[in-house]
Design a binder for this molecule. Structure first.
Ligand code: PA5
Length: 442
C-alpha cells in the first residue's frame, strides 16, 4: 500500500538522531494514552478510532443527503467556523479545480459563518439571490455567534425565495445530538440532521459528517477519503507506520532546541486551505500554558517572493515542514519559441512541475544552508485516499505532540476570552456585570 512518508534528514544539522530518539519513550507513552484514554482530555478521543468505526450505513446516509442537495441546488452554502469549517474547505480546495470550481454536475460550494464581514455576507446573498441554493449549517455547540448570524440571514432569504416548507428540505444541520440552539431549531423546523459525537472536538471533526457532507456535496469520494484515513489509523495504532510519531518527536526536539515557529510549506496552490486547517489543529491544540510551537504557513513559490526573505535571513527560531506532492494530476509542458526573446528555451519541453520541483529542492537546500531545519512530508498525489492519510497523520501527531509538550491538546479555554468581551460589549442578556466592567475601561 502506498503511503505518505516523512523524511527528517534535513533537520539533523540542528538536532541529532539521538536528540529525537530521546523522546521516543515519552512519545510511546503519549500514543498509549491516546489509545487507552489515560491522558489529559480523554473525553475527546473519539477521533482516534473514528475512521475504522465509521459505518458504511452512515457513509451511505451522507451520500444520500448529499445527492439530494446536488439534485436540487445550484449552490450550497456551508455555514460554520473553526473546526466546523476548515476541514471541508481544505479537502474541497485540495481536490478541486485550481480556479476554485467544483466538478461538472456539482453545485457551487460556498462558505459563510467563518467571519462576521458585513460586505462578505452582502456579496454572498447577492450572489445567491434568485438561485436554487441549499444550506448545510454546522455547529457542534449549536451556539456559536458567527455561524448563527449567517444562518439567520440565509435561512430567512431561502424561506422568502421558496417558502418555509420547501426551505426546510434544502437545509441540513450538523450539531450535537441533544444540546444547543441549533439542535432545538432543527427539531422545530424538521431539518435533516447529522450528529457530531460528544467525544470528537471541532478541529478533529473533518472525518465526521462535519467535513464529509460538504465534501460529498462537492462531488468527491468520501468513502475513499475515510479508507485512506483508516489505512493511516491502522498503520499508526499497530506501529506498522510510525511517521506520525517521527513527525511529533522531531518537531518537539526542534522546539526544545529553540525553534519556536513551524512553517508548513506547500508547492501546490490548492493546499492553501490545508495549511489553514493544519494551523487551527496545531494552534488550538498546543498553544497553552504559555507554551507551544507557533504554527505558520506559506504557499510557495508565491511566498518565496514575500516571506522568503524572512525565512532565509530572519531570526533563527523557525523550522519548516514541507508537504511535497510527487505527482500532478495534469501534464503541461513549456513550449519552444523560435525567437526565445524571454530566454526560456532552456526550459522548453520540460513539464511545469519539473520547474516547481527544482524550486522546491533549491529552496530546501538554501533554507537548510541558512539554518532552517526542514522536514519533508511526501505525498504520492492529491487524491481522496492520500488526503485521508494526511489528515489522520496530522491528527495523530498532534495528539502525541500535545502530550509531549505537557498540555491538554483537546481543549481550547483561551478562545473564550474574546467571546465574553464581545458579548459584554454587545450587551447580551446575562452579561450585565461584565458590560459595566468592560465599559468602565473604554
Ligand atoms: O476546534 C474547535 O473546537 C473550535 O475551533 C470549534 O470548531 C469552533 O469554535 C466552532 O465551534 P462550533 O462547532 O461549536 O460552532
Amino acid at each position: 500500500m502506498e503511503k505518505i512518508q516523512v523524511d527528517i534528514k534535513d533537520v539533523l544539522q540542528t538536532v541529532s538522531k539521538a536528540d529525537i530518539e530521546a523522546l521516543r519513550p515519552e512519545a510511546d507513552e503519549a500514543l498509549a494514552k491516546l489509545t487507552d484514554g489515560t491522558g489529559l482530555g480523554a473525553d475527546f478521543l473519539g477521533w482516534v478510532k473514528l475512521p475504522t468505526e465509521t459505518s458504511e450505513a452512515l457513509l451511505n446516509d451522507l451520500i444520500a443527503a448529499a445527492n439530494n442537495l446536488r439534485e436540487h441546488c445550484d449552490a450550497v452554502v456551508c455555514i460554520g467556523i473553526g473546526g466546523s469549517y476548515l476541514g471541508a474547505k481544505a479537502v474541497i480546495a485540495a481536490l478541486g479545480n485550481q480556479l476554485g470550481t467544483t466538478p461538472a454536475g456539482s453545485p457551487e460550494i460556498l462558505f459563510a459563518g467563518q467571519n462576521i464581514g458585513e460586505d462578505y455576507l452582502y456579496d454572498l446573498m447577492e450572489h445567491l439571490r434568485g438561485r436554487r441554493f441549499g444550506i448545510i449549517v454546522i455547529s457542534k455547540s449549536g451556539t456559536t455567534t458567527e455561524p448563527a448570524i449567517a444562518f439567520r440571514l440565509l435561512k430567512s432569504m431561502l424561506e422568502q425565495q421558496v417558502g418555509r416548507e420547501e426551505a426546510a428540505k434544502l437545509i441540513v444541520a450538523i450539531t450535537d445530538a441533544h444540546k444547543g440552539a441549533l439542535r432545538s431549531l432543527a427539531t422545530t423546523e424538521g431539518y435533516k440532521t447529522f450528529v457530531i459525537e460528544d467525544n470528537v472536538g471541532g478541529r478533529f471533526s473533518v472525518l465526521t459528517p462535519v467535513g464529509l457532507l460538504p465534501i460529498a456535496v462537492a462531488g468527491y469520494d468520501i468513502k475513499a477519503l475515510v479508507a485512506g484515513a483508516r489505512e493511516m489509523e491502522q498503520a499508526t495504532l499497530t506501529g506498522a507506520d510510525n511517521s506520525a510519531m517521527t513527525y511529533a518527536m522531531t518537531r518537539n526536539a526542534l522546539y526544545r532546541a529553540g525553534k519556536k515557529i513551524e512553517i508548513l510549506v506547500n508547492y501546490n496552490p490548492n493546499l492553501h486551505f490545508f495549511n489553514e486547517w493544519w494551523k487551527q489543529l496545531y494552534g488550538e491544540s498546543e498553544g497553552k500554558d504559555h507554551k507551544g510551537i507557533f504554527p505558520a504557513a506559506v504557499d510557495n513559490s508565491t511566498d518565496l517572493h514575500s516571506m522568503g526573505q524572512w525565512i532565509q535571513d530572519g531570526e533563527r527560531i523557525i523550522f519548516e515542514s514541507v508537504i511535497s506532492v510527487r505527482d500532478q494530476r495534469h501534464e503541461v509542458r513549456i513550449p519552444t519559441d523560435s525567437d526565445n526573446l524571454d530566454g526560456l528555451n532552456y526550459l522548453a519541453g520540460k513539464r511545469v512541475d519539473e520547474v516547481n520541483k527544482m524550486a522546491e529542492l533549491g529552496t530546501r537546500i538554501a533554507h537548510v544552508d541558512g539554518g532552517v531545519p526542514n522536514m519533508r512530508i511526501v505525498m504520492p498525489r492529491l487524491s481522496e485516499q492520500f488526503l485521508g492519510q494526511l489528515i489522520y497523520f496530522f491528527e495523530a501527531a498532534c495528539g502525541i505532540s500535545g502530550y509531549l509538550l505537557g498540555v491538554n491538546p483537546f481543549n481550547q479555554p483561551g478562545v473564550e476570552a474574546y467571546k465574553s468581551n464581545m458579548f459584554a460589549l454587545l450587551e447580551k442578556p446575562g452579561y450585565e456585570e461584565a458590560t459595566k466592567a468592560i465599559k468602565s475601561r473604554l
